[in-house]
Design a protein around this ligand. Structure first.
Ligand code: NAP
Length: 311
């Protein structure tokens, strides 16, 4: 089968299409004929080599979520799955390929009404949006700021905060046009990356996809909660602890959230509802062989929503 591998960490040119042996579904697994694979910010961090400490090696196939059709099942899996359209979480990688093996607990039957290209923008993003807001103990009537809202995680979070009854859904984004599109998805206020815009000064909840030195701790209201769900701009500032203590009298909370911590049963229900109820924003559909071009666009900051690779 054809797959895209990281031949060299660094620039998108290090991605290449190779011929690999077809994977085989083991016990509790299914083999998916991939129709679409999402290109996520996390894939970009891995390809750049920013996550080298986690043990990624050359030859790694990126891609954390796919949609397609079950081609075969491993031991212990109902053969009735064969031929069913599915969305599947492949983990940290394995999705940029003609075929992917996934464990059954990470497979969701895909309703006919949901196209494969849309499914791979929604399944994981909805999980992070939903449980990121839960980690922040978000409640209806509170104000929310989504920092780095123009990617698939942020877009899902904006929709979920609006639907959850937030009094304010502010976003940071890099252009007025992106702000306009985010307003169509539920944002009520738009700030630039520095936090300047028409939104309030302080927020009950900040969901931060970006981290890095621009973390907006000083924009939290009293008893405010900031949850870091991504690290597009690297780790948070080294003086985070000191800043938290300097704001001691505001009783602030800073937390991280990883979907790895959500129990399997709870994950499936949220994946299913995300696929059915969230609006998908597909920036562009490219063939699998153009994965490097997809990553070039991600590096250039041109993507609103998600690029999808099709097989
Ligand atoms: N928590 C979890 O379980 C989980 C699961 C999956 C992925 N992740 C993480 O989520 C992140 C990717 O999410 P994504 O795909 O939605 O993100 P993305 O598309 O890579 O980036 C989101 C937005 O951040 C803004 N941005 C980029 N650089 C910035 C900077 N220096 N300062 C301020 N804003 C900046 C950009 O929008 P503008 O140009 O409009 O500002 C960009 O569209 C990765 O860190 C990944 O590891 C976490």
């Amino acid at each position: 089968m054809k797959a895209v591998v990281i031949k060299e960490f660094g620039s998108p040119d290090g991605l290449g299409v190779v011929e690999l042996g077809e994977p085989v579904a083991g016990g509790g697994q299914v083999l998916v004929d991939v129709e679409a694979a999402g290109v996520a910010g996390g894939d970009v961090l891995i390809r750049r080599g920013a996550l080298a400490a986690y043990g990624f090696r050359t030859g790694f196939v990126p891609g954390g979520e796919v949609a397609g059709t079950v081609a075969a099942v491993g031991a212990g899996v109902d053969p009735g799955w064969v031929g069913r359209r599915v969305w599947a979480f492949t983990g940290t990688g394995g999705g940029y390929a003609e075929k992917a093996v996934v464990v059954l607990r990470d497979v969701v039957a895909l309703p006919d009404s949901v196209a494969a290209v849309d499914a791979v923008t929604l399944g994981s993003a909805g999980v992070v949006g939903h449980f990121g807001l839960a980690q922040a103990r978000f409640a209806a009537g509170e104000s929310v700021l989504v920092r780095g809202a123009a990617g698939s995680l942020g877009i899902a979070t904006v929709q979920l905060a609006a639907r959850g009854g937030a009094s304010v859904v502010a976003v940071t984004t890099s252009s007025a046009e992106r702000g306009r599109r985010l307003r169509e998805l539920g944002a009520t206020h738009v700030l630039d990356r520095a936090g300047v815009g028409d939104g309030p000064e302080a927020y009950d909840v900040i969901i931060d996809v970006v981290a890095g030195d621009g973390l907006m701790l000083d924009r939290l209201a009293v008893n405010g909660r900031l949850v870091i769900v991504g690290a597009v701009d690297g780790p948070p500032p080294a003086d985070l602890g000191a800043r938290l203590m300097a704001a001691f009298r505001k009783s602030l909370t800073v937390a991280t959230f990883s979907a790895d911590t959500v129990p399997a049963g709870a994950l499936q229900a949220v994946r299913e509802s995300s696929l059915l109820t969230l609006k998908s924003v597909v920036h562009q559909v490219l063939p699998l062989a153009e994965a490097a071009e997809a990553h070039r666009q991600m590096d250039a900051g041109q993507v609103f929503g998600r690029i999808v690779l099709t097989v």
